[in-house]
Ligand binder design. Structure first.
Ligand code: 3UK
Length: 516
């Protein structure tokens, strides 16, 4: 399919955009004019939404938001499950010049209260499933709020015609929150052009997403990975996205694959591991799938091999980030190496630097820096973090990498203490602070530990107030405390008791000494 009118890419993969435009036009509006009005944009068990319905509802949403008094540049915090309303809100806001902010829906009330305050949200829209966390957050940090159902009633009443609000391609368009090992989540501010860049350079050119593809992402839309897989790549290519609002499990994902017959499937290593285990007892039909993609954390080579043996399809591992918006180093169908992240996506420049910021010799490991046209411009209200992470047009990924003799990039870990659990960030400090809240605990350190599938999960090392070792009941209680207080995936899967923690002279926990 030709690129949308007015948009092109130079021979060195740089995007050329009109001086003023609105990115909802190429992603949403153009499809009706190009004859795809009756085609399914979204399929899910409950409903199908055509491109014509999508364009109409996006217009109504933009008008409803403006009718509620939101102005261009205002932030809309949308805590919304994977469902068509996610598309309406995200694109309706953008078309009206309003900035959508879709956070992780697995967080807790204090996280949302922080985000409402930090983003100064003009409106919060949330799925009722998340009311138990959003409503207490709204008590703590009052803001105008509507449930998705209440919003849809407003939407239905609004006009179905909306002129796109034009802006420069580098204008702020949407935010994604990203978490760090200490401190609060940071709002990574993305510009209008960023989704054009990821959808074309990785989606269309590396994966070859085409008009007749059907994409199914087990990774949710709130995650930059899922946002591309399950929304922007399908919309960019006029193809179809499959959504499911449930928590992904082997059963739900395989049921969806058999029912909707996707051609592209996107998961994270933790889920692939669970799916592989399930395939041992029950074979499933994956014959529709031409490629699987994995990101969020490194995919062990052995999982690649076992998946290929069982299903006949490859899993293309690629590294992406919230700041870069999507995958920037990836394997491809015609060029992959298991156990590596692949090679830089054409259009992205990667460098591995030593501690003096000099490129390392091939084969040596160093800090991975990235130059990307899809990179976030800055973190909202965080000038120091921005200055640390975004330097002279380059992004510090925080990852350590090495290039093998053939130019494939090999992941060697984070340069900070952050963990990826099921593809989602997990700060050891946050878990430690939760554990310290238990009356028996004096100190705690949390590190990553590989489970039987070679995937990293949090492990806690705990020092008790009363010398000695905790029993099974205390271990249970500590796990339960974390599950209740934190996003549930963050609880420690193992608890070990030590008489004291290794520390630096300045009292910092030396987590690396506990990792062995
Ligand atoms: C780690 C990986 C090894 C790495 C993401 C695809 O994960 C995404 O975004 P986040 O901001 O995290 C970024 C960090 O996660 N990571 C991601 N993928 C891999 N490590 N192998 C991988 N394949 O530490 C990176 O810096 O949550 C992934 C697309 C969009 C994304 N936002």
């Amino acid at each position: 399919m030709a690129l949308p009118s007015g948009i092109s890419f130079s021979s060195d993969h740089k995007v050329v955009l009109p001086a003023r435009f609105n990115v909802a036009v190429p992603f949403i509006d153009r499809h009706v004019g190009e004859g795809r009005g009756a085609k399914a944009a979204i399929r899910m068990a409950q409903e199908t939404v055509t491109y014509a319905q999508l364009a109409e509802r996006v217009n109504r949403t933009g008008n409803a938001l403006l009718g509620l008094g939101l102005k261009s540049g205002d932030r809309l915090l949308m805590v919304v499950k994977d469902c068509p309303a996610f598309f309406y809100l995200f694109w309706g806001a953008i078309k009206a010049g309003i900035v959508p902010v879709p956070p992780n829906t697995l967080l807790r009330a204090p996280d949302y209260a922080y985000m409402i305050e930090d983003s100064d949200a003009a409106l919060v829209v949330y799925s009722t499933e998340f009311a138990g966390e959003i409503e207490p957050a709204l008590k703590q940090m009052p803001a105008r709020a509507l449930t998705v159902d209440a919003f849809l009633a407003e939407m239905a009443k609004a006009s179905d015609e909306l002129e796109p609000r034009l802006a420069a391609p580098t204008q702020d368009c949407f935010w994604l929150y990203s978490s760090g090992s200490t401190g609060r989540p940071k709002g990574a501010v993305h510009a209008q052009r960023d989704m054009v860049v990821t959808s074309e350079l990785y989606g269309a050119r590396v994966l070859g997403v085409m008009e007749d593809d059907v994409s199914y992402s087990a990774a949710k839309l709130f995650f930059a990975y899922g946002l591309g897989n399950g929304m922007t790549f399908p919309l960019w290519t006029g193809s179809t996205a499959v959504l499911d609002d449930r928590r992904p499990t082997p059963d739900t994902t395989f049921d969806n694959i058999e029912r909707f017959r996707p051609t592209l499937y996107y998961g994270v290593p933790t889920l692939y591991a669970a799916q592989l285990a399930a395939l041992e007892t029950r074979p499933r039909d994956l014959s529709s799938v031409r490629a699987c993609v994995s990101a969020g954390e490194a995919l062990p080579a052995d999982m690649f091999r076992r998946w290929k043996e069982r299903t006949g399809t490859v899993i293309l591992d690629g590294i992406g980030s919230t700041e870069a918006l999507h995958i920037f180093i990836g394997n491809r169908l015609d060029d992959y190496r298991p156990g590596t992240s692949g090679k830089p996506v054409p259009g992205y420049e990667a460098r591995i630097l030593d501690e003096n910021a000099k490129p390392v010799a091939r084969g040596e490991s160093g800090a991975l820096w990235l130059k990307a046209e899809s990179a976030a411009k800055y973190y909202w209200n965080k000038p120091e973090k921005t200055a640390e992470t975004m330097v002279d047009g380059w992004l510090n990924t925080g990852d350590t990498y090495r290039e093998d003799e053939d130019g494939y990039y090999i992941y060697e870990g984070r340069s900070d203490d952050m963990l990826k659990v099921g593809g989602i960030w997990c700060s050891p400090v946050e878990i430690e602070n939760c554990l310290i809240g238990h009356p028996a605990v004096l100190e705690a350190a949390v590190v990553g530990h590989a489970d039987e599938a070679e995937l990293i999960k949090p492990k806690a090392i705990v020092v008790l107030k009363q010398a000695g070792s905790g029993d099974a009941a205390l271990t249970e209680a500590l796990m339960a405390l974390c599950k209740k207080t934190l996003a549930p995936y963050k609880y420690p899967r193992w608890v070990e008791y030590l008489p004291e923690l290794p520390k630096t002279a300045t009292g910092k926990i030396q987590r690396f000494k506990l990792r062995a």
